[in-house]
Design a binder for this molecule. Structure first.
Ligand SMILES: [Zn+2]
Length: 339
């Protein structure tokens, strides 16, 4: 009988190279006991096996080495089911992925976000000075306790309930134009301070905030305008900057009530706004958004804010209509237009 209780890795600081990240079972040393943070099919599809990802401390690691300890049951039964569902849908395109059960998609993407953090517990902050500690400490992990519980819906029945969102996360899928150059087809960004993730995979773009669904309502309103267009990667980056910025301005700490019973676990998210009348998201200045756009687009200040206090937009023309951007136009030759 499988363990259907929640595994409390975070509270118990139970992280080890031979402990399943998902259920806490001891693992072996074989390949079946390692889960790739970015799934193998994705690495092969985008030629990422030997490419490198930059970690929180600025060091780089090849994607193929991003593995976390995982028991055979979690790996070959629970996670591989999710993997097969997502891979099949991904290959069929953005609209097929939108048709996937949103909880399954959330678990798939949350495993990447959480898995990266998990890997970083075992990597030294300073390669030349192991005594300086790891990139992510066991104390750092405490802020991800609820996310680790949510992730366990991959292996045990968890019933999520809340008023504001169907799932305890905000998740948006976009159809993208794919660059001809295979080296430009994949991009990953996250912000572990505010639990956001940006994933560009060829013709599919996913934005996620692991915020118990706080951005779901307002995001659906804002992002839906762009969900029936094929977006240029630049346009998707601009949307990513919006989601990350909003997460920075989220001024609540979401809470959940968790009740375990023999039939499964009830995970009830408390109303996001709570009893406070303050806005759930604070306003941001164009200065702050300029910084965020520079981070996402890699552009200079003049490009993202050509006129003081007026941000450029790659989504709209001057008249407010959607900008149908040609994928073959190299991004560096696109002149910005103020929105
Ligand atoms: Zn396991």
């Amino acid at each position: 009988m499988a363990n259907i209780k929640l595994y409390d890795a975070v509270r118990n600081h139970d992280f080890a190279e031979n402990t399943c990240f998902l259920c806490g079972a001891r693992t072996g040393d074989d390949d079946d006991s390692k889960e790739h943070v970015f799934p193998k099919w994705l690495l092969h599809h985008f030629g990422l096996w030997n490419k490198r990802l930059t970690l929180i401390n600025g060091t780089e690691i090849p994607y193929r080495m991003l593995v976390i300890p995982c028991c055979t049951q979690c790996n070959n039964t629970h996670l591989s089911q999710i993997e097969n569902t997502i891979r099949t849908a991904f290959l069929a395109g953005a609209s097929a992925l939108r048709g996937v059960d949103r909880e399954v998609l959330m678990l798939w993407i949350l495993k990447i976000f959480f898995g990266l953090l998990y890997r970083e517990i075992f990597l030294p902050m300073e390669r030349r000075d192991p005594a300086a500690g790891s990139i992510v400490t066991t104390e750092d992990m405490e802020q991800y306790q609820l996310l680790h519980y949510i992730l366990q819906a991959s292996r045990i029945p968890i019933r999520f309930s809340q008023l504001e969102s169907d799932i305890p996360a905000s998740l948006f899928i976009f159809e993208l134009k794919e660059p001809a150059n295979p080296n430009l087809r994949f991009d990953y960004k996250d912000d572990v301070a505010v639990n956001t993730l940006y994933l560009r995979m060829g013709k599919v773009g996913i934005l996620a905030a692991f915020d118990m669904g706080a951005q779901t309502f307002e995001g659906s309103h804002f992002f839906s305008k762009y969900q029936n267009h094929q977006l240029h990667p630049l346009q998707f980056e601009e949307l990513g900057a919006n989601l990350f910025m909003k997460a920075k301005k989220f001024n609540r700490i979401p809470k959940a009530m968790i009740a375990e019973s023999p039939s499964g676990i009830d995970f009830q998210v408390a109303p996001i706004a709570g009893l406070s009348t303050r806005p759930v998201f604070e306003k941001w200045s164009s200065e702050e958004m300029a910084e965020m756009l520079m981070f996402f687009l890699g552009y200079l200040r003049e490009a993202v804010m050509p006129v003081e206090d007026r941000l450029a937009s790659w989504l709209h023309r001057e008249d407010g209509s959607f900008w149908h951007m040609d994928i073959n136009v190299p991004p560096w030759s696109i002149t910005s237009e103020a929105s």
